[in-house]
Design a protein around this ligand. Structure first.
Ligand SMILES: NC(=O)C1=CN([C@@H]2O[C@H](COP(=O)(O)OP(=O)(O)OC[C@H]3O[C@@H](n4cnc5c(N)ncnc54)[C@H](OP(=O)(O)O)[C@@H]3O)[C@@H](O)[C@H]2O)C=CC1
Ligand SMILES: O=C(O)C1=N[C@H](C(=O)O)C[C@H](O)C1
Length: 234
């Protein structure tokens, strides 16, 4: 495949390296400042973006102009930007996930099953841990997990606690820890009376996200237009 890579950071660089090792052609690795680099290049089969939400505009323009597939992993999008991606998927192939690890996809399925049985009688809390360079909080994965835990937005989201906070209400506590080189850990707690259930996914290396993104690219280039996510691999 001819792959255009959005982002020159940790993820973009590892994708370029892994794509080449897998025999793909990384036609360029670009961001908003280096868009001129792709003017002379052949059209990509797929654009894989792990960069920053401010790049979404040119990404949508590129997909529309070249009718290429899009694998989108950047987090921190606002609601309007998410709607732009969904609209793009009406006419193009878009694979969008806040987390490309298979384990997190399985965790999400587990939560779809567990949460309806637990949320009325257990208190729910969510903790995510990431490296000290991460730009957004809470993580995109944490937001995706929250949507599964509370699909109708019935619970107040409490981002950290301090002071005389009083008794716990109908809420989900969300806590973002930042430090070191942590690749990504997400833990969901269900606290009941004299019992609790804890589920953790721990990424020990960001290569899992890169492998997942390239698997998604191989998959989505052969699909019709539409919105795809990690459930495609179950
Ligand atoms: N879905 C998933 O599985 C995963 C998603 N991610 C997400 O991927 C994204 C990138 O992560 P990572 O590679 O670690 O981040 P890095 O900070 O290493 O790289 C970010 C890239 O985006 C560029 N960038 C930063 N700010 C802007 C801006 N305002 N406008 C345009 N470009 C900008 C940076 O350029 P410059 O250096 O010049 O600022 C850099 O090329 C994040 O959103 C992260 O959450 C990460 C891992 C897995
Ligand atoms: O920025 C990261 O590193 C990660 N970002 C994603 C997120 O925000 O959920 C996925 C993963 O946890 C690593």
């Amino acid at each position: 495949m001819k792959i255009l890579i959005g982002g020159k950071g940790r993820m973009g660089s590892l994708i370029a390296q892994t794509a080449q090792a897998q025999g793909h052609e990384a036609i360029a690795q670009v961001d908003a400042m280096s868009l001129d680099e792709i003017k002379e290049k052949p059209a990509a089969d797929v654009l894989i973006d792990f960069s920053h939400r401010d790049n979404l505009g040119w990404i949508i323009d590129y997909v529309n102009a070249n009718d290429c597939a899009l694998v989108y992993g950047t987090t921190g999008l606002d609601e309007d930007q998410k709607q732009q991606l969904y609209k793009l998927a009406e006419d193009h192939r878009v694979f969008y996930s806040a987390n490309f690890s298979y384990g997190v996809a399985v965790l999400q399925e587990a939560l779809r099953m567990l949460t309806p049985m637990l949320r009325d009688s257990f208190d729910m809390e969510l903790v995510e841990i990431h490296h000290n360079q991460k730009a957004d909080a809470p993580s995109g994965t944490a937001k995706a997990l929250l949507e599964i835990m509370d699909p109708d937005d019935e619970y107040k989201k409490v981002y950290g606690r301090e002071g005389m906070i009083g008794k716990r209400g109908k809420e989900i506590g969300v806590h973002a820890l930042r430090g070191g080189t942590e690749a990504g850990e997400h833990t969901v707690y269900f606290f009941g009376d004299n019992e609790s259930i804890t589920i953790t996914h721990h990424a020990t290396n960001r290569q899992i996200f890169v492998n997942g993104a390239l698997k998604a690219a191989n998959f989505v280039v052969d699909q019709p237009a539409g919105l795809y996510d990690m459930r495609s691999f179950f």
